[in-house]
Design a binder for this molecule. Structure first.
Ligand code: FES
Length: 108
């Protein structure tokens, strides 16, 4: 089972599990500030679940690429949308500041 390290915690999930669901299930505060309330609940349209990922995950699909191509995100930046990402092996997740997680200061 892949191991996920995020926000000072380490836990396991099924291979192919949805990263947003796994993080929330394990008590990780994935969304910053008011985006905890105002978000698309995982359909890939709001962009607030953006994280940096080290490790093997699924390739981005058209929905994620479409949202990440719009400000404040950018396809040039090393962020992924957790709700559109499946975990394939051990990963380390980092969250950055900003409503969408688009900032440069690490939150966890
Ligand atoms: S929760 Fe809205 S894009 Fe991921």
């Amino acid at each position: 089972m892949p191991r996920i390290t995020a926000a000072g915690k380490t836990f396991e999930c099924d291979q192919g599990a949805n990263l947003r669901q796994v993080l929330l299930k394990n008590g990780v505060a994935l969304h910053n500030g008011q985006s905890k309330i105002v978000n698309c609940k995982g359909i890939g349209t709001c962009g607030t679940c953006a994280v940096q990922i080290e490790g093997e995950v699924s390739e981005p699909q058209w929905r994620e690429n479409a949202r990440r191509s719009l400000p404040p995100h950018s396809l040039e930046k090393d962020r992924r949308l957790a709700c559109q990402t499946c975990v394939l092996a051990d990963v380390t997740i980092t969250k950055f500041d900003g409503f969408w997680g688009q900032g440069d200061r690490m939150v966890w």
